[in-house]
Ligand binder design. Structure first.
Ligand SMILES: [Zn+2]
Ligand SMILES: [Zn+2]
Ligand SMILES: [Zn+2]
Ligand SMILES: [Zn+2]
Ligand SMILES: [Zn+2]
Length: 207
């Protein structure tokens, strides 16, 4: 049995939990042992843990296993959270990102990079309305991408397409202005610079 899985007795909970005593601290308001690393920021709510784990449905308070609070405020077993994180980074209850945005940022930046390197061919272009699961804001006229659409408000890729407004080459043309792909944006800027240089040259010639 690893150190992490060794049971410890919490006198305030009144029974033994698994997870290593050094990793947890009992909160008297929540009436529950909380992850030490999250203790300072956790949202205290009486009765928060009077619920079932959304993964295995076991009652969280009476469970011997340690609980974890996700940024959305929903509670889950620590071991169920780790299993979940291996294949989905969203809370099973509310679909918000189950990790902090700071921890997700490298992943999201990598996705944005992937999008920057792979423009969607005009035939597959779609202008869509997205809703962000994290900040709940919606945005119209965004360029769909098979890797996902990044929320402009909170940087999250945890967004869903709510409506498809336009498809194909027509959408491609439209998005060149509404939500240009980084490569198109670069091309547009170069074009604008060239035009500016040409007008400057013309001006000089006139002088
Ligand atoms: Zn406790
Ligand atoms: Zn608390
Ligand atoms: Zn569970
Ligand atoms: Zn949640
Ligand atoms: Zn957002």
């Amino acid at each position: 049995m690893s150190k992490e899985e060794r049971p410890y007795h919490c006198p305030d909970c009144g029974f033994c939990r698994v997870g290593g005593a050094e990793n947890f601290r009992h909160c008297h308001d929540c009436g529950m042992c909380i992850d030490k690393s999250l203790f300072r920021e956790h949202n205290c709510k009486v009765g928060k843990y009077m619920s079932n784990c959304p993964v295995c449905q076991e009652d969280l308070f009476s469970s011997r296993s340690a609980s974890h609070e996700m940024p959305c405020g929903h509670a889950i077993h620590w071991h169920c959270f780790r299993d979940l994180a291996a294949h989905d980074s969203r809370c099973p209850v509310c679909k918000k990102t189950a990790e902090t945005h700071e921890r997700m940022l490298p992943t999201w930046n990598a996705m944005a990079m992937g999008i920057a390197l792979q423009p969607v061919p005009p035939d597959l272009a779609k202008a869509v309305t997205i809703v962000c699961n994290d900040c709940e804001k919606s945005e119209e006229n965004r360029a769909w991408h098979f890797l996902g659409v990044q929320c402009r408000h909170c940087q999250s890729f945890n967004t869903v397409v709510e409506r498809i407004a336009m498809v194909g080459p027509q959408a491609h043309e439209f998005l060149m202005v509404a939500d240009p792909h980084p490569l198109h944006l670069e091309a547009q800027q170069q074009q604008a610079q060239q035009q500016q240089q040409q007008t400057n040259q013309r001006r000089y010639r006139r002088i």
